[in-house]
Design a protein around this ligand. Structure first.
Ligand code: EPU
Length: 446
């Protein structure tokens, strides 16, 4: 349990290199269960979620070694198809092993997935699709496990995700590559991370194409082989550094820039008075103009303004002139940072936008909404943020509080650094290189 001590108010300046994309690395590692041959994956970030995934896969018989940012994985499956509760329950993507285990071994036992506490986060859409593919899946509430088997193997199907699911789409792809026949996924997630998984699986010998923006066609094959791949840089990190430059009044060059995958963010950022300059195809310079202006956003699956960016966006809006609304439509509860920003002086109020047919409008299952839940906030800016003692309660909320503390006057103490360690490698080192005053303390030394 570590703590960050941050002294804010200093413009961040310099150059930073993005780490490999967390939401690609996790899925490429899961693919190791699909073959006995070796996978070599480069640019794998050293973050807690990746470490947890390595533990999950090791428990299933995959031999994994790391040399710097290169990870080698070779499956030596030993009839172990049960993900241990203590590891699986800490990582939502641990549930994704269900596809490869069913496709190759006909059996999987996975605990109800854990991970970031950003709402109910069920996996009913994944389970429904796998049942359609011929899997028999029972959930036992006494031990919190899904018991899955596919006695006759998995078969290709046509499946329509009526609501978007990023990892749901990937779970079905990971199952369908070795299923019998053709699978057509409609309503497929469009995130670029899904396409990187497709590219990787095809290099292993799979036959997967995106036939339309929201349609993916998979022809099952008999077996897959080893492959080598370099993971794309993490675009969510780029958004974090862009906002860091703007809220501290600094200038940051991002190396490994993914601006081609950030259109909706860059449009809103520019409208708000943020500046980005293309230095070359892989480098972007972020800064801000004299005044920042309030800009409303509504989160949507890719290519919309992603839910992962709304919490950092809130910090930018605390520094902007006017009233900005943030409407979260993907998760039913992703405002865990609001109370913490208020402690720093942010003027934030709950609001309830008019929505026709919320059960179809929202991407979460409407039955997961509880009376009194709010799905939007209004931020009145600009406010001079001040220091506070803060607690992070999920990954993106953690990054948000770091940004707020960097922008604030005085010294802030941030508890719950393990949340930010899930997805940002050595964040304090990289921020220090940009001039930030940030130290990591062991909880007991504070
Ligand atoms: N949902 C269900 N049932 C399902 C699947 C999803 O109700 O079976 C709900 C979710 O609870 C949520 C919404 O549908 O309200 C969308 O969920 P989705 O399945 O698309 O999200 P995810 O696959 O669990 C991934 C990323 C998230 C990112 C979202 C949206 C990974 C490992 N995680 O989550 O990333 O926010 O897609 O793009 O790829 C993060 O990196 O901090 C993070 C949370």
């Amino acid at each position: 349990m570590d703590t960050f001590i941050i002294t804010g108010g200093k413009p961040l300046k310099g150059e930073v290199t993005l780490g490999g994309a967390k939401n690609v690395a996790l899925k490429l590692l899961v693919a190791s269960l699909l073959t006995e041959e070796k996978l070599v994956i480069e640019n794998v970030p050293e973050i807690r979620d990746v470490q947890l995934m390595i533990e999950v896969l090791t428990s299933l018989g995959v031999k994994i070694s790391r040399n710097g940012s290169t990870v080698s994985a070779q499956n030596g499956h030993t009839n172990q198809s049960r993900v241990p509760l203590d590891i699986g329950a800490r990582l939502r993507t641990s549930s994704m092993v269900i596809g490869p285990l069913l496709a190759r071994y006909g059996e999987a036992m996975i605990p109800n997935p854990g991970g970031c506490r950003i709402g109910a986060r069920p996996i009913d859409r994944h389970i429904n699709a796998l049942r359609n593919m011929g899997a028999v899946i029972n959930y036992r509430s006494d031990d919190g496990y899904f018991y899955a088997s596919a006695p006759k193997g998995l078969k290709g199907i046509s499946y329509d995700f009526s609501k978007n699911s990023h990892t749901g789409t990937e779970t079905i792809i990971l199952a369908a590559v070795l299923a019998k026949g053709k699978t057509i996924i409609k309503g497929a997630a469009e995130e670029v991370e899904v396409d990187e998984l497709i590219t990787f699986l095809n290099s292993m010998g799979a036959n997967v194409i995106r036939s339309a923006p929201q349609e993916i066609v998979i022809e099952g094959v008999a077996s897959l082989r080893g492959a080598q791949h370099r993971i794309m840089p993490d675009r969510n990190e780029e958004v974090t550094f862009a906002i860091a430059a703007a809220v501290t009044g600094g200038r940051i060059i991002v190396n490994g820039s993914q601006r081609q995958h950030l259109s909706s963010f860059l449009t809103a950022f520019t409208k708000a008075g943020g500046i980005y300059e293309e230095i070359d195809p892989l480098r972007t310079r972020y800064s801000r103009g004299a005044d920042l202006k309030a800009v409303d956003i509504e989160t949507k699956p890719h290519p919309g303004f992603m839910t992962d960016w709304q919490a950092p966006w809130a910090v930018l809006m605390t520094q902007s002139i006017g009233i900005a609304t943030i409407h979260e439509t993907v998760f039913e509860n992703r405002f865990g940072y609001v109370e913490e920003l208020r402690k720093m002086g942010a003027q934030i109020k709950w609001t309830d936008p008019e929505v026709n047919r919320p059960e179809t409008f929202y991407n979460f299952n409407w039955e997961d909404h509880e009376d009194g839940d709010h799905h939007a906030i209004c931020i009145h800016g600009p406010t001079k943020l001040h220091n506070a003692i803060l607690t992070m309660n999920d990954l993106r909320a953690g990054a948000t509080l770091v940004l707020a503390a960097l922008a604030a006057e005085g010294q802030s103490v941030l508890h719950g650094v393990e949340h930010i360690d899930r997805g940002y490698e050595k964040i304090e080192e990289r921020l220090r290189n940009l001039g930030a005053i940030i130290e990591r303390h062991k909880e007991e030394t504070v």
